[in-house]
Design a protein around this ligand. Sequence first.
Ligand code: 1BN
Ligand code: ZN
Length: 324
Amino acid sequence: MSGRLLLPAILVLALAAPACSQAPTASPEKKPEAKSPAVPAPVAAAARGAEQGTAPRINGARAMQYVREVVGMGPRPVGSPGHRKLEAYLRARLKGDNVEVDEFVATTPVGKLTMRNYIARYPGTKDGVIVIAAHYDTLYSMKDFVGANDAGSGTGLLLELAHHLRGGKREGPSVWLVWLDGEEALQKWSATDSLYGSRHLAEKWQKDGTTKKIKAFLLLDLVGDADLNIDRDSNSTPALLDVIQQAATRLGHQSHFFRREIAVEDDHRPFAAAGVPVADLIDFDYGYGNAFWHTPEDTLDKVSPRSLEIVGNVVLESVRVLGQ
Ligand code: 1BN
Ligand code: ZN
């Protein structure tokens, strides 16, 4: 299976949009989100402007160490020894936290497979939930693919974020960290062969009423590239992207955010379809012309602690603002 087949699905809308632009570039291919509600008041209010404050600081070296340990497990496609090792590692790292293992059986082109999402819940003082998610499975059927950036970076950064969330109630809404399984296609990316974990969880949360409580769903994917350029995803909720852009600007990291607009199909989509405000923080420019993406070149030397730190701090600052 070649990830390059997916490239035509990506529409690069604006190659040189100014990083500080507040107005997203209009996308001719952007389809209206049928079930998207009006932007929730807290998201819109946060986008209009937030009070200054000091966000807790991410430890980039520690985040990188998590990524290193995850990548050291080797390839981690669904059903592999590396995937099992990683699941045991996540359980161990999250020991003592309030963790739900969301197990389900997915029907895939290679048969029925058991998959598991991991949800760690950290309570806040206010109503509502902010979800921060990343997928932890790696590309299926590519020998020697260790996925340092895809999906090691998001997996490790979520573990670092857990440090800042655990240990008592925080001001603001609850934050849930979600490690999603089965993001990658098992044969060829399609609506039914991809996003297994997120499709399952969004459906479950819609059925049990959880989606109504979610103020924001922030997805971290490919966030470790040493040459960090987070794209502005036109399939994300514009007001939430504005919150993130303002947070990045407040922290002085605006040059790494939203220079280019693209439309991304990723784990945020099932939640968007369920009416949740979503943002995909993804750097889909991994190596010259995205040359490292879905190749054995996706190795640890391309990932930097500084990039993890930048994205982590912008996420924490966005969470703070969304909680006001
Ligand atoms: C992200 C990482 N994705 C797969 N591995 C989803 C994706 C597919 C993102 C196509 C952009 C384009
Ligand atoms: Zn991938």
